[in-house]
Design a binder for this molecule. Structure first.
Ligand code: SAM
Length: 216
């Protein structure tokens, strides 16, 4: 899509509506057991106080699982206040002390610009919604701004065989080469695999999971 054809769409409203009208465990991206993300996170061998940033977290179960594993320095973000409120409520007070919530737009960041020294950037099913060059550039610029030297990036997006839409929105399909090209030569691909996710409705969604490390 050309930059001058930016979708005339209120994404914040769209995502708030999605989380308000559907119970979390019926959403088309709900994952009770985020096995592939946990596999890649474990491959990073992070210390428990490493700064883990989850971009476009929604109300993902991954956060409670990471807290239960002892990770204590987690920052989560979403454009939807409804998603963040739901996640906060699900985690409860105790767990909240280890999680910082940042309501902001990854493609037009303001609060997120204060973030620094991120050890791991994790994104499942978020980047693929950014269909314009301007949105994608802002997203990758943010990764490069906030990630530590030697920091890790996990990107899990619909693969080239995958669906062309999600939540009624157009998406961009990826493979590992396309993600490598966007990150640039300062990032090394450590692992990648395709993964078929089964939606609560039984539908299948084809993802590519990638783990990169910053080398410079
Ligand atoms: C398909 S859901 C995936 C949620 C979560 N990552 C997961 O795996 O369960 C996409 C998420 O991206 C969030 N999102 C979409 N556009 C965003 C943006 N520009 N900035 C931040 N979050 C965004 C949505 O609110 C939603 O929670």
């Amino acid at each position: 899509m050309e930059d001058n054809l930016l979708p005339d769409y209120d994404f914040e409203k769209h995502w708030n509506n999605a989380y308000q009208k559907t119970p979390i465990d019926s959403l088309g991206w709900y994952e009770e057991d985020p096995i592939p993300s946990l596999e890649l996170i474990s491959a990073c061998n992070l210390s428990k106080d490493s700064l883990i940033f989850n971009a476009g977290v929604g109300a993902a179960t991954l956060i409670e699982i990471l807290l239960n594993k002892g990770y204590s320095n987690i920052v989560v973000n979403d454009i939807s206040s409804a998603a963040l409120t739901e996640l906060k409520n699900n985690l409860g007070e105790h767990n909240n002390s280890h999680v910082q919530f940042i309501l902001d737009d990854l493609t037009n960041p303001i609060a997120l610009l204060k973030l620094k020294n991120v050890d791991l950037w994790h994104d499942r099913a978020v980047l693929h919604f950014f269909t314009t060059e301007t949105q994608q550039k802002a997203y990758f610029d943010l990764i490069k701004k906030v990630l530590k030297p030697n920091g890790y990036v996990i990107l899990a997006e619909f693969n080239l065989e995958g669906a062309k839409k999600c939540s009624g929105l157009d998406i961009v399909n990826y493979n590992e080469e396309m993600l490598q090209e966007r990150l640039g030569t300062d990032f090394k691909l450590l692992k990648s695999f395709n993964y078929t996710y089964t939606q609560p409705s039984g539908g299948l969604r084809e993802y590519v999971y990638t783990l990169f490390q910053r080398t410079a």
